[in-house]
Design a protein around this ligand. Structure first.
Ligand code: TGC
Ligand code: FAD
Length: 392
């Protein structure tokens, strides 16, 4: 991998909207990504391996549960800081951001929002320090976009529950110490359970052969009569709104995160277009290349402004799930289109690991599917504006 010459691009001076604390956080995360992520990410992605050493670094930069209050071991930052961290991490790799967003929004958030005081004290500080890693089990082999149909279930067996079923496509599953698992109780109500590695009958086989998110570990969660202590049930939420509430937080982080991937692709394409000479001129001097670059920075700028405003609304507790869906859908698609165009600008070099483009592009094919597919988010927006439910 060549030297990381990344330069941030901020066409509308969005930076001026940030506080000094936001800028300090951004600089810290950016420096860590440049030092410990970009020099090795290509090699690990080629090997399809998650660099475990990133866990310590992520904890040190406040990447685990940025908005979890200090009393539970988190940095207690605001939502814009959370977004900025996700953006800087995804500039490095979507798989790195995935690890941080799963731990933050899908493991720490449900424990914080729905857990008992004992659960918060037991798990959150360890998760914030990266001494314990978690994963989130919602998707099942037969229930992806429609998680309400899940068949994973648990029964009351006196002083514990017995959990059966399976989850698939679970980020961080192969190495997670705990899993926040969504399962139906005997009344068919969806509840959250904290399942710990080592419980009899709980296994996490790794998913191999991915062409996307290769530097992130993905696996299944298999529950074969797993005895789960009663104190591991999340007491304060029932129904699909439990897991969907966590997704609001993760989707918000992704909306910011993918701007990082888009910026990395744009920055590389811009530099390449000035250096690569064809027909006696830099390719950036051709109108067709300029059209690509001009459209890229326009779309990035729109996404930056959308996220900043969404962050303000989120800080005020006014961001709706529908607004978050719109941003997730728009920004992931924006990043994927930019990655594809950037690959064209790099010509043949664009398919190699010499540049980050192809890796970002393949990663974004997962990001446009997970946390609700592109079309599911379109239907959420469609229902929001028309009032008609087109899901069924
Ligand atoms: P529906 O009847 O609409 O809603 C059921 C209940 O949930 C409430 N609700 C929400 N609550 C909070 N936040 C949201 N975003 C919510 N959306 C709905 C709703 O009000 C209702 O509450 P109540 O009290 O009336 O019961 O549910 P539905 O079965 O029709 O499904 C709706 C649909 C399709 C939008 C939803 O299920 C969906 O979003 N599907 C996509 C599934 C998805 O996003 N899966 C993600 C899995 S996790 C993942 O991908 C992690 S990747 C991590 C990484 O590596 O970064
Ligand atoms: P399906 O739901 O089968 O959808 C297939 C196609 O049908 C899609 O194009 C979809 O848009 C379309 N479709 C479905 N329903 C409708 C409809 N009503 N109208 C129109 N079109 C429709 N899940 C977790 O729980 N935890 C994780 O940590 C996690 N990590 C992931 C990591 C990776 C790398 C990947 C790829 C996935 C991960 N997921 C995770 C699962 C992810 O959330 C699902 O893949 C996603 O929700 C889509 O489900 P599905 O793959 O079953 O597709």
């Amino acid at each position: 991998m060549p030297a990381d010459n990344f330069q941030f691009h901020d066409h509308y001076l969005v930076d001026e909207l940030l506080t000094d604390e936001h800028k300090l956080i951004r600089d810290t995360v950016r420096a860590w990504v440049k030092k410990d992520v970009t020099p090795i990410v290509e090699e690990y992605a080629q090997r399809a391996e998650f660099p475990r050493q990133w866990i310590k670094g992520l904890a040190e930069i406040g990447g685990f549960g940025p908005y979890i209050p200090a009393e539970y071991g988190g940095p207690g930052l605001d939502q814009i800081a959370y977004g900025i961290i996700m953006m800087e991490l995804e500039r490095g790799d979507s798989g790195l951001r995935s690890t941080a967003s799963v731990q933050s929004s899908l493991v720490m958030y449900p424990i914080y929002a729905y857990g008992s005081e004992e659960q918060k004290k037991k798990y959150l500080p360890l998760l914030a320090r990266g001494e314990m890693m978690g994963c989130f089990g919602l998707t099942e082999p037969d229930y992806g976009s429609n998680p309400g149909g899940m068949i994973t279930n648990f029964k009351d067996a006196g002083d514990h529950y017995i959990l059966n079923g399976a989850k698939m496509w679970i980020s961080n599953a192969p190495f997670a110490d705990i899993a926040v698992v969504w399962a139906k109780d005997e009344q068919g109500e969806i509840r959250g359970l904290i399942v710990e590695r080592g419980m009899d009958g709980f296994t996490t086989p790794e998913t191999h052969g991915k062409w996307s998110l290769r530097a992130s570990a993905t696996g299944e969660l298999v529950f074969d009569n797993v005895k789960v202590p009663k104190e591991n049930l999340l007491p304060n939420v029932k129904g699909l709104k439990g897991p969907l509430g966590c997704l609001n937080s993760a989707r918000y982080g992704i909306s910011w995160g993918v701007i990082g991937a888009a910026l990395d692709c744009y920055d590389s394409a811009l530099r390449y277009s000035k250096e690569r000479i064809q027909f006696g001129k830099p390719i950036g001097a051709f109108q067709l290349t300029q059209k690509k670059l001009a459209e890229m920075i326009t779309e990035i700028t729109k996404a930056q402004l959308m996220c900043w405003r969404l962050g303000v609304l989120k800080n005020e507790n006014r961001a709706t799930p529908q607004q978050i869906s719109m941003a997730k859908r728009n920004n992931v698609n924006m990043a994927l289109q930019i990655a594809r165009e950037a690959r064209q600008i790099h010509g043949g070099m664009g398919i190699t690991g010499e540049y980050p483009i192809m890796r970002h592009m393949m990663n974004l094919e997962s990001v446009i599917t997970y946390e609700g597919t592109h079309d599911i988010h379109l239907l959420i927006t469609g229902m929001d504006v028309t009032g008609f439910n087109a899901f069924m």
